[in-house]
Design a binder for this molecule. Structure first.
Ligand code: NAD
Length: 341
């Protein structure tokens, strides 16, 4: 086995400790230094991982020649600056979603990573979910037929964020799922939302995406909802599928339901017949998607392979988010991805 990859992690708030736990459990990598501005967060990490160095100076990660890659798990507004510095110091970068808060910054990171010959990966976690992989195969193999439309719900009560709205906080997951499943980018988006708890920060957002081939997608996002729902429904011409991530094991159901047309019949009523067939629940081996995501980053560095959720993928998601935000600001008017201002 080749030498292990040495990492630094910046950001140990809510999500960073999950990345730290996963990277420390992987073979072929070693977390050397963790960085956070909060002494309490560093103390907590140190209590669980005694052999890891801690610091509040990001510069010490950048200057450490042993650190080959940096994992950025700070708030979204800091991703561009921290990732840029890491790339310019020749480090591979894994940054949490969204890659940046605007398209120009995302484009800059993609360009810099290429120029510096380093990997740039974005934490589009759902692209590593075994259930999403299975659904993608069902779409690709045409098991569901032509895809008509999809809808996705990502709602719960809390965590209420102050530095980003529900769109930027939640939608990167759904946008990346939908684009990954369809292998396509939306033509335009239209978004409505409302701020109930904090002025100017939308707690509830309804996002509509329109794809080539008449495919529509709708995403409902909220941290002000009585239910915790993580569900995506896909309706195709042959079958329909539901992915429910709150189900512990039976995460996907494929419904052999649809509407058949019978061209031989004359009247409209007779020409369409409803089909109610079997429901299948495919077996999915339960593996933590975050573990697969972290392993992928390490494997891509070690084997110099193409990253699945690379900088370009991150850029595509940021483009949709920026267009969606523009539409939200303009009261829901459709915004074309080509016309981003
Ligand atoms: N993949 C997922 O499912 C998932 C889930 C939650 C959050 N996230 C993402 O993870 C990132 C972090 O979210 P969070 O909820 O943990 O935020 P958080 O605010 O809880 O934590 C951010 C941490 O970064 C530290 N920090 C900020 N700037 C720093 C700097 N310059 N140097 C060192 N430390 C710095 C802060 O002190 C804080 O501890 C976000 O991008 C978020 O979107 C991803």
């Amino acid at each position: 086995m080749s030498k292990s990859i040495t990492l630094g992690i910046v950001g140990l708030g809510y999500w960073g400790p999950n990345l730290l736990r996963n990277f420390t459990q992987l073979d072929g990598c070693k977390v050397k230094i963790c960085c956070d501005l909060s002494a309490d967060n560093l103390d907590r990490a140190k209590a669980q991982h005694r052999d890891i160095e801690t610091t509040n100076s990001y510069e010490s990660l950048l200057q450490d020649p042993e650190i080959q890659a940096i994992v950025v798990a700070t708030s979204a507004g800091t991703h561009h600056n921290l990732a840029k510095q890491a790339i310019e110091h020749g480090k591979h970068v894994f940054t949490e979603k969204p890659l940046t808060l605007d398209v120009a910054h995302a484009e800059e990171l993609v360009k810099l990573a290429k120029q510096n010959g380093v990997k740039l990966m974005v934490g589009h976690l759902m692209e590593y979910h075994p259930a999403i992989e299975m659904l993608r195969n069902a779409v690709e193999s045409h098991e569901l037929g032509d895809i008509y439309y999809l809808y996705s719900q990502r709602v719960n009560l809390g965590k209420i964020r102050r530095d980003e709205n529900a769109l930027w906080s939640f939608a990167p997951h759904d946008i990346s799922i939908i684009m990954y499943l369809l292998d396509s980018e939306p033509i335009n988006v239209s978004t409505r939302g409302q701020s109930y708890l904090q002025d100017g920060i939308e707690d509830v957002v309804f996002l509509n995406l329109f794809f080539p081939g008449k495919i529509m997608a709708q995403v409902q996002l909220s941290w002000l909802d009585p239910h915790k729902i993580r569900r995506t429904t896909i309706v195709g011409s042959k079958k329909m599928a539901v992915f429910d991530d709150m189900e512990p094991t039976e995460k996907i159901r494929i419904y052999d339901k649809g509407v058949n047309s019978r061209p031989a019949y004359g009247s409209f009523d007779e020409a369409l017949s409803l089909r109610f067939g079997d429901v299948t629940i495919p077996y999915i081996k339960v593996v933590e998607p975050l573990r697969l995501e972290c392993q992928h980053f390490i494997d891509c560095i070690r084997n110099n392979e193409q990253v699945r959720s690379d900088g370009l993928d991150g850029l595509r998601v940021v483009k949709v988010l920026q267009a969606a935000q523009e539409s939200l600001d303009k009261g829901g008017v459709p915004v074309s991805l080509e016309d981003l201002s």
